[in-house]
Design a protein around this ligand. Structure first.
Ligand code: HEM
Length: 139
């Protein structure tokens, strides 16, 4: 996972993070309307900040060499409490990658795409491990 590429691309979208988060949820709900009911009682303004805050926190944690695994397990367990199932994770991943492409346009290179796919894969796997819904992939 190329943290430098994650950082560079995150910094490009960060000035428009509110718009990014809004575009992400619009895309998620139009591609996968079945996800909308999970957010039925959610304050979407707060949620938009939470998403970008979580992404920023993960990147900063990796950069500092922190062990972010326990925090991801906890976040995953909380998500199980929000009724989020393992099959929802790829949907969010697709909406996230497509929103990155929309915002970065010609700066969205195959290497950047790969870095985000890897990062999202690791994050969601660790979140799901926190719910006991999946077993760890053995490399
Ligand atoms: C990389 C993966 C994800 C990250 C980093 C993430 C991050 C967050 C954060 C930081 C919160 C704020 C509350 C808390 O700390 O528990 C939250 C809440 C929530 N997330 Fe996620 N999330 C992810 C994946 C998903 C997926 C796959 C779904 C399902 C479509 C989802 C649905 C929700 C819902 C329904 C809430 C609760 C909103 C409320 O407070 O009403 N998340 N998420």
């Amino acid at each position: 996972m190329d943290v430098k590429l994650l950082r560079e691309s995150f910094d490009l979208i960060a000035p428009n993070k509110q718009q990014f988060a809004q575009d992400f949820y619009n895309r998620l709900f139009s591609l996968y309307p079945q996800t909308q009911s999970l957010f039925a009682s959610t304050d979407m303004k707060q949620q938009e900040a939470a998403l970008m805050g979580a992404i920023a926190g993960v990147i900063a944690g990796i950069e500092k060499g922190e062990n972010i695994i326990p925090a991801l397990h906890k976040l995953g367990a909380k998500h199980a409490g929000y009724n989020v199932k393992s099959e929802h994770y790829p949907l969010v991943g697709t909406a996230l990658i497509e929103t990155l492409q929309q915002h970065l346009q010609d700066k969205f290179t195959p290497l950047i795409q790969q870095s985000w796919l890897e990062a999202y894969g690791v994050i969601s796997e660790q979140m799901l491990l926190g719910t006991g819904q999946v077993k760890e992939t053995k490399l």
